[in-house]
Design a protein around this ligand. Structure first.
Ligand code: 5AD
Ligand code: SF4
Length: 456
């Protein structure tokens, strides 16, 4: 039994008859969602049951994100609102973890201003949660552990997955890139890859459990395996996962353009289970801004890369991230971004307003762009991209496409929804027996963000 299993067992033994319920609030990226699935797995192993009702729970967990300021402000808002609940029910445990907790000033602020928080731990100490919970159940003081056990990768943690058809599979942690606006390398540490055999074992288990789709996660999956300094590479991993029984579809995110090799393009082309979609953040279309962002490629290199990808996979769907309002971004710089969007014709663009993150080089720049200009650029970009997305989606009208059925449609519970290999949402009339199956639909209607289809 490992140390953490022993603590899980101890918490399970405490108040075994008591009604133990937890809520979990997750902010930020898919890696955080995957971490929350592991935290949920640990809580269930310790006898807690999930509830969506905050008032019913006696363990409340916040898994935080600090990539942009508004995610942080939301966490502070929710924590503040819990003060009254803690006064009414002093035995409730409030735990806060995730990227925000890797920043010492945030931890100090919480210790000082949110004294009703019981447990604080960082991204490197996820596996220590049972131990911290055990300690907290035996003390009135705040239990905080943000020590950096960065090199350690915990395997075999219990997990309670949020979906029955598609699963997140984290393949590496951290980031070495230090894009000048980004806080991630400071809070998630250096790149560490999981062993390829551990990843394949997890994929095999998922296949046996009936999962049909896996999404491989990492801040920069293209540099997977480089830390082993042997032949391990992301393209090799894809080729190995192609062989896993039961898994029908493989997705991955996120790819850094500077590390996307021809070898990977060929692996994507050759592996029939690897989906026809690539998320390739460009961030900006101006070479001056790209250099200031420390992205290590030019717009010309990016365009050339997209050409090489499209040469091998003509129908691939491409999505990207763009930041508007990076410090010093002029109208001309922004025009270069708009021009790149017109030129590449992405299927979808995730647009972000630049958010100043203390501790990053970009935050020290004096020429920050005003909120008004940033918002105007954001709106212009969205308008342009929406028209492109709609036009691209209209080309699918009348086509017969295979989709993996995920569950009821979000907007209309009488309809079902699935995704094409290119990651487009298709709503259609069908029954819940189809969930987890690959079916072919005819595309009858094309919107900006989703398609409507009918079973063939
Ligand atoms: N401000 C705005 N957007 C950011 N991102 C990362 N850091 C910031 C920031 N400081 C965006 C990038 C990245 C995505 C996950 O979040 O576009 O690709
Ligand atoms: Fe942040 Fe850049 Fe690393 Fe992505 S690649 S996590 S944007 S530093």
């Amino acid at each position: 039994m490992t140390r953490q299993e022993a603590f899980m067992h101890s918490v399970l033994e405490m108040n075994p008859q008591a009604d133990k319920k937890y809520t979990i609030n997750t902010y930020g990226c898919q890696m955080n969602e995957n971490d929350s699935e592991k935290l949920a797995g640990m809580m269930e192993s310790m006898g807690y049951k999930h509830t969506a009702v905050l008032e019913d729970s006696n363990l409340v967990l916040f898994n935080t994100c600090c990539v942009r300021e508004n995610a942080e402000l939301k966490v502070y808002g929710h924590l503040g609102a819990l003060k009254a609940l803690k006064l009414r029910r002093p035995n409730i445990i409030i735990a806060v973890c995730g990227c925000m907790m890797q920043q010492q000033d945030v931890v100090n602020h919480i210790l000082k201003k949110y004294r009703h928080v019981d447990i604080i731990f960082g991204t490197h100490n996820l596996h220590k949660f049972p131990e911290l919970l055990y300690k907290s159940l035996n003390t009135d003081a705040t239990v905080a552990d943000i020590s950096t056990s960065e090199g350690y990768i915990a395997e075999g943690m219990p997990i309670k997955r949020g979906h029955g058809v598609k699963a997140w599979l984290t393949i590496m942690y951290g980031c070495n890139n230090f894009c000048s606006y980004c806080i991630v390398p400071y809070v998630r540490g250096r790149e560490r890859s999981r062993r390829i055999s551990d990843i394949i074992d997890e994929a095999r288990i998922l296949g046996r459990q009936g999962y049909k789709e896996i999404t491989l996660l990492g801040q920069n999956v293209n540099s997977f395996g480089l830390d082993f300094k042997d032949v391990t590479s992301f393209s090799w991993l894809l080729r190995c996962l192609e062989e896993v029984d039961g898994i029908e579809r493989i997705r991955f995110m996120t790819s850094h353009p500077k590390d996307l090799s021809d070898e990977l393009i060929y692996a994507m082309r050759d592996c029939s289970k690897v989906c026809g979609h690539l998320h390739l953040p460009v961030q900006a279309g101006s070479n001056r801004i790209l250099e200031e962002m420390n992205r290590k490629y030019t717009r010309e290199k990016y365009i050339d890369l997209v050409d090489r990808i499209r040469n091998q996979m003509p129908n691939i769907s491409l999505t990207t991230d763009i930041i508007v309002g990076f410090p010093g971004e002029t109208d001309e710089d922004f025009d270069r971004t708009m021009d790149l969007i017109r030129r590449i014709r992405f299927d979808y663009v995730y647009t972000f307003l630049y958010s100043k993150r203390t501790g990053t080089p970009a935050a020290k720049k004096s020429n920050q762009v005003s909120d008004k200009i940033m918002k105007a650029r954001f709106d212009a970009l969205l308008e342009l991209q929406n028209s492109i997305s709609k036009k691209i989606n209209s080309t699918l009208l009348g086509k017969k496409l295979e989709i993996l059925v995920e569950g009821p449609s979000k907007n209309n519970i009488n309809m079902m929804m699935g995704r094409t290999s290119s990651n487009k949402i298709v709503n259609f009339e069908g029954t819940t027996e189809l969930v987890g199956r690959l079916v072919v639909v005819n595309i009858d209607n094309a919107g900006t963000w989703s398609l409507d289809g009918s079973l063939v």
